[in-house]
Design a protein. Sequence first.
Length: 104
Amino acid sequence: MSLAAIETIRQVEDAVDRSRAEARAEAQKRVSEAQREGRSLIEQQRAESAARTEEVLQDARQKAERRREEILAETRRACQTLTDAAAARMDQAAGVIVERVVGG
């Protein structure tokens, strides 16, 4: 084999080696970019999820507070009804007690 042929082969091998190195570097660059974009998307989704979770929690708190107020109002009405019924029977109860004590 001639010296020129050997030099040509060496140049081709060097070119192939450079091409491989460039391809590896480009692939690594793309992988790094994809990982960076992936992390960015994950963080964005986390932030959106946290915001949505806070909205849902706030809505649930408001509904719970409204329900609490409804229950309190119902309880107050029931207590007032019982108080009114007891007050209406108070005179009758007092009369029965007096009748038993005085009459018996």
